[in-house]
Design a protein. Structure first.
Length: 319
C-alpha cells in the first residue's frame, strides 16, 4: 500500500506522461530542389511539389496529398488521368492570382477574357527541410501582356504535418512597382485550390461548411467567413481540406468563390458578384512602392469539419 509521499511524487509523473502523449508528434520534412520544381516529403512520404519556370503561367503546388497518400486535388491538366474532368485548365493544384489586375487577367491563361498576364518566378530564395517543418520561399514578378512588371511577389510557404494531418502556411507580400496596382472587383480570384473530383459537391461526395455553420455552395459561395472546409470521401476514405483566412488579411473575413464543381477559393475582391449589387466596389489599390500582405493556412485532415474540429483548429491558429 502506497503512503501519502508515494502518491504525491507519482501523480505529477503520470500527469507529465499523459500530457506528452496528448501532444501531436510532428513529422520530419524534406525539401528537394530540382529543375523548375521543388519537392516536399513529410515523414518520408510525398506531399506536394512546387512547379515554376517557363512552362508555367503561375507558380503552383500540385498534387496535394493526405498522410495516407490519397491525392486530394485534381490531377488534370498536369497529368492525364482517365475519367477526370477537364474544365478550367487554369485550375492547377493550389495557386494565388487574380482575374483583374490593372485590367489584366492573371486568373486564366487563354480564351476570350484577354489580355492575360503571367507570374514569373525569378529565384527560389529558400528550400530547406527540418525536424518539424520545411520551407520554400521565392521571388516573382506579375508581368502584364506587354511584358511590363506590375508587382513584385515575395512568397514563403511552410509545410508541416503529423500522422493525421498536413498543413501549409502561405505568406505572400505583393509590392506595386512603378505605378499603383488595382485588384479589380471580380469573382475570378484569388487563393485557390482545385479539389479532387471525388471530393466535389456536384456528383461527388463533398460538402462545404463555413464558420457560421453554412453548408453546401448555396450557403457558402460569396459569403464572408474566416474559414471554409470542403470534406467528403476519396476512394472510401473520409478526408477534408480547410482554408483559413488570416485575421490581418485585407478585408478579413474574406468572401469565398467556392463552387460545387470543385473550385475552392478565398476571394476578398468580388463584392459585385457575391452580393449581386453593381453599386458595390470590392477593389483594392496598392500605391506605387507600397505592399499588401496575405496569409493563409491550408489543413488537410481526416473526417469532416465537425469530427476534425476545424473551428477549434482555426481558433488555435497562432496568427
Amino acid at each position: 500500500m502506497k503512503n501519502d509521499y508515494d502518491k504525491d511524487v507519482t501523480r505529477p509523473h503520470f500527469l507529465a506522461i499523459a500530457v506528452v502523449a496528448a501532444l501531436p508528434v510532428f513529422a520530419a520534412v524534406e525539401v528537394k530542389q530540382g529543375t523548375d520544381k521543388v519537392e516536399v516529403t513529410i515523414d518520408g512520404l510525398p506531399f506536394t511539389t512546387l512547379h515554376y519556370g517557363e512552362s508555367t503561367k503561375k507558380p503552383f503546388l500540385a498534387p496535394l496529398r493526405a498522410p495516407s497518400g490519397v491525392v486530394v486535388t485534381r490531377r488534370w491538366p498536369m497529368e492525364d488521368v482517365a475519367g477526370e474532368t477537364r474544365d478550367h485548365p487554369h485550375h492547377q493544384g493550389l495557386w494565388f492570382n487574380h482575374g483583374d489586375v490593372n485590367g489584366v487577367n492573371f486568373w486564366e491563361h487563354a480564351g476570350r477574357n484577354a489580355p492575360f498576364g503571367s507570374i514569373v518566378t525569378d529565384k527560389i530564395t529558400t528550400a530547406k527541410g527540418g525536424g518539424k517543418s520545411g520551407e520554400i520561399a521565392f521571388e516573382a514578378r506579375w508581368v502584364n501582356h506587354e511584358g511590363k512588371a506590375l508587382l513584385r511577389e515575395n512568397r514563403r510557404m511552410t509545410f508541416s504535418g503529423d500522422a493525421n494531418s498536413r498543413i501549409i502556411d502561405v505568406d505572400i507580400t505583393l509590392t506595386a512597382l512603378e505605378q499603383p496596382v488595382k485588384f479589380g472587383d471580380t469573382k475570378e480570384g484569388s487563393f485557390g485550390i482545385r479539389i479532387s473530383d471525388q471530393l466535389k459537391e456536384a456528383r461527388g461526395t463533398g460538402t462545404m461548411t463555413n464558420a457560421a455553420g453554412g453548408r453546401k455552395m448555396k450557403e457558402v459561395w460569396g459569403k464572408p467567413s474566416p474559414w471554409v472546409d470542403y470534406s467528403g470521401t476519396i476512394d472510401g476514405q473520409p478526408v477534408g481540406i480547410a482554408i483559413f483566412d488570416h485575421s490581418k488579411n485585407p478585408k478579413h473575413p474574406t468572401t469565398w468563390h467556392s463552387r460545387d464543381y470543385g473550385l475552392f477559393a478565398a476571394n476578398p475582391f468580388g463584392d459585385r458578384d457575391f452580393y449581386n449589387d453593381k453599386t458595390k466596389d470590392g477593389s483594392v489599390t496598392i500605391d506605387a512602392g507600397k505592399s499588401l500582405r496575405f496569409r493563409y493556412r491550408v489543413v488537410i485532415h481526416p473526417g469532416d469539419a465537425d469530427s476534425a474540429k476545424v473551428a477549434d483548429l482555426y481558433k488555435n491558429w497562432k496568427q
